[in-house]
Design a protein around this ligand. Structure first.
Ligand SMILES: Cc1ncc(COP(=O)(O)O)c(C=O)c1O
Length: 430
């Protein structure tokens, strides 16, 4: 399965949202704004001051001012603190000397993908569907994509490697969101993670583990990140403060393994390659926002677990509200409609017995006042045409209830137009 052109999703959704400002958006996977008051200007200043005081313990005032206001070290300024936070909060064996502070996870992707897939015969493996930020970077860099069908990822990687080899191409990296996937909400269990690591190590495929949502688990035990299970030196771990603190900081990180498939020099060369690329992209991540993140980490004792508690509670309530609303709205249609129950993150996915495309987004917004995301926007082929992604992160519970009820109205109207054979085929397929 190879990539087809994806629509300009973000512009399309922005356009729909601006044409229907009153519509409830279950499309936007943004963090909630309910807790932004914890980051009011005074709190930001306190964090900056706290970082400055901390820095003054090992440098004089002029040097600290320079650090905050001058062009900075490309690899970052708070890499020790981020490495410590990832060790404490996520069990990721991160070390500062192989961590690159990036302008969000998005920049980490923009640096890593072309570094890992420099040749025309190099291929990036992705789940299908997957996060458009990754496939967008690949498209922008003319990196060939190969979509893995849903199901057993390790097996799909093995088969894809063989198929690509027959075509004279090489799978170089696998982009993966093991926890609370965007867009599907699924989690890979530990056995699946270990199987993927084994097959990737065998074929020297680098795993890019994007863990943007990992701290937002609402039930069940945490599964270790792949970076924590990696013994071969195959995982680059991508982290971000966009969901835990605020996307406005534009602070994230890429953490390289100790060795790249057993080769420490190769890992160091990759790290230098990434640093050089960054020096031509953003030069360095803003020292001021790094300092604020650093100050917040200091105030929190190095861990964000307490900080995110109220947010996780809010998201859990939103998820449960959405699940309840789906149940009461679609209970009568359980043969025709299905959805998953994500254990964390911001999204769930819903199966429909009819296609839901860009025109459906507009119809749904115009006539029912709700905006949802076609899963096809995240897909490399037509396999996702009958699915949508519902985000429960940014809305309030009353908005979620109203949005799901409105979606129910749209679905009921579409179902009336669905033929009996379509409904039967759908029930069979499920
Ligand atoms: C899976 C995933 N990765 C990366 C990002 C980008 O995050 P950042 O703000 O850190 O660039 C997002 C944003 O929604 C995301 O969902």
């Amino acid at each position: 399965m190879s990539a087809t052109a994806q629509p300009d999703v973000m512009n399309f959704l922005n356009e729909v949202s601006s044409r229907f400002p009153a519509a409830i958006s279950l499309a936007a996977g943004r963090p909630t704004e309910q807790f932004f008051d914890r980051l009011h200007p005074g709190a930001l200043l306190d964090a900056l001051t706290r970082y400055e005081q901390h820095a003054l313990r090992s440098a004089d005032a002029a040097a600290v001012r320079t650090r905050l206001l001058q062009y900075g070290r490309t690899a970052g300024m708070i890499e020790e603190q981020i490495a410590a936070q990832l060790r404490i909060d996520q069990d990721v064996p991160a070390q500062a000397d192989r961590l690159l502070v990036t302008a969000g996870c998005q920049e980490a992707l923009a640096l890593c993908l072309p570094a890992l897939c420099p040749d025309p015969t190099d291929v990036l493996l992705v789940c299908n569907p997957t996060y458009i930020g990754a496939t967008g970077v690949a498209a922008g860099n003319r990196i060939a994509l190969h979509g893995l069908p849903e199901g057993d990822v390790a097996q799909a990687v093995e088969q894809s490697v063989a198929q690509l080899q027959r075509e004279g191409r090489h799978a170089r990296a696998l982009y993966l969101i093991p926890d609370f996937d965007n867009p599907t909400g699924r989690v890979l269990d530990e056995a699946q993670r270990r199987a993927i690591l084994a097959v990737c190590a065998r074929h020297r495929i680098v795993v890019l583990e994007d863990n943007a949502y990992g701290l937002f688990r609402y039930d069940g035990a945490a599964v270790p990140p792949m970076a924590a299970l990696d013994e071969a030196g195959s995982v680059i771990y991508l982290s971000t403060f966009s969901k835990t603190l605020s996307p406005a900081f534009r602070v994230g990180a890429a953490v390289l393994p100790d060795t790249l498939f057993g080769d420490r020099a190769a890992r160091h060369a990759l790290w230098e390659n990434l640093v050089q690329r960054k020096s031509y992209v953003t030069v360095n991540t803003s020292p001021l926002t790094q300092a604020i993140v650093g100050g917040l980490l200091l105030a929190e004792g190095g861990s964000l677990r307490n900080w995110i508690q109220p947010m996780a509670g809010w998201y859990r309530t939103n998820r449960d509200t959405m699940l309840d609303a789906l149940q009461s709205t679609f209970a009568q249609l359980s043969d025709a409609i299905g959805w998953n129950r994500p254990a964390g993150g911001f999204f769930l996915s819903m199966d429909l017995p009819f296609e839901f495309d860009a025109q459906a987004v507009t119809d749904c917004a115009t006539r029912y006042g709700v905006i949802v995301m076609p899963m096809s926007f995240f897909a490399l082929d037509a396999s996702q045409n009958r699915r949508i992604r519902l985000a429960f992160s940014a809305m309030t519970p009353p908005q979620i209830r109203a949005g799901v009820a409105a979606l129910g109205g749209y679905v009921a109207q579409r179902l009336e137009q669905c033929s009996k054979s379509e409904m039967h085929a759908f029930a069979e397929a499920r």
